[in-house]
Design a protein around this ligand. Structure first.
Ligand SMILES: Cc1ncc(CO)c(N)n1
Length: 226
């Protein structure tokens, strides 16, 4: 079952079509679920993802700047906190057990796929308004929610249980529902409640799909490190 993260997400997701499937059903994801993903690929991914989250948190902080209401500011800043506090703690915990400390993680050199993705998102927000920024942010947050929920139901294998429980767990799922509500509210306010009827819709959809493609590229980067 696909989780309900709001109206705009459902439309963007189906417009992305096969690109969405290539992201959420990438071989890397299958390997996380059934435990066959080589540890080296996982650790390479996780270290890159730590740096990803630093820049991703900056992009969410930009959403605070681009907000027009206190409700939007609160929702965006709660996401910044969830990323810096809870999600990055997962990475620190797993890497610490492998002998990689937080200072080493922070100093990881970004892979081009990583750099491309986060800076694309930040640029979407700098060039546009909160709708443009949220369209580029949505695949990351909500895609991991969908993946986590699916893998959790399937009954994940032991090696990556912690990862699956983080993204499939209630706390992250609640964050996804809140982000879905923030997106719908931000779009209602700026482009009207019939999102797809807005002249801006096509462009927003493209932003979403580009970010989806960059997500698949991120898995591919990890997968290539096998
Ligand atoms: C690449 C990537 N996308 C999305 C998430 C979820 O925040 C993450 N941790 N990493």
């Amino acid at each position: 079952m696909i989780p309900d993260y709001g109206r705009a997400f459902a439309l963007w997701r189906s417009a992305a079509g096969q690109e969405w499937d290539a992201y959420v059903a990438h071989p890397f994801v299958d390997g996380l679920g059934d435990g066959t993903l080589p540890r080296s690929a996982f650790l390479h991914y996780l270290a890159q993802d730590y740096v990803f989250l630093i820049h991703f948190a900056r992009a969410w902080a930009l959403a605070v700047v681009k907000s027009e209401t206190l409700a939007e500011m609160n929702a965006a800043s709660a996401t910044v906190q969830a990323l810096l506090g809870e999600e990055m703690a997962l990475h620190r915990q797993i890497c610490a057990r492998e002998g990689i400390d937080a200072t080493a993680l922070e100093a990881i050199v970004e892979a081009p796929e990583n750099l491309a993705y986060t800076r694309y998102v930040i640029e979407a927000g700098l060039a546009g308004d909160l709708c443009d920024l949220l369209a580029a942010l949505a695949p990351c947050v909500l895609g991991y929610g969908e993946i986590g929920a699916r893998l959790k139901v399937a009954g994940p294998a032991a090696p990556y249980l912690e990862w699956v429980e983080t993204y499939g767990g209630e706390e992250y799922q609640e964050l996804c529902r809140d982000v879905g509500a923030l997106i719908d509210g931000a779009l209602d306010r700026r482009i009207g409640t019939d999102h797809a009827a807005s002249p801006r819709w096509g462009r927003l959809s493209e932003r979403f799909t580009t970010a989806v493609r960059l997500e698949a590229g991120f898995w591919q980067m990890g997968w290539a490190a096998k």
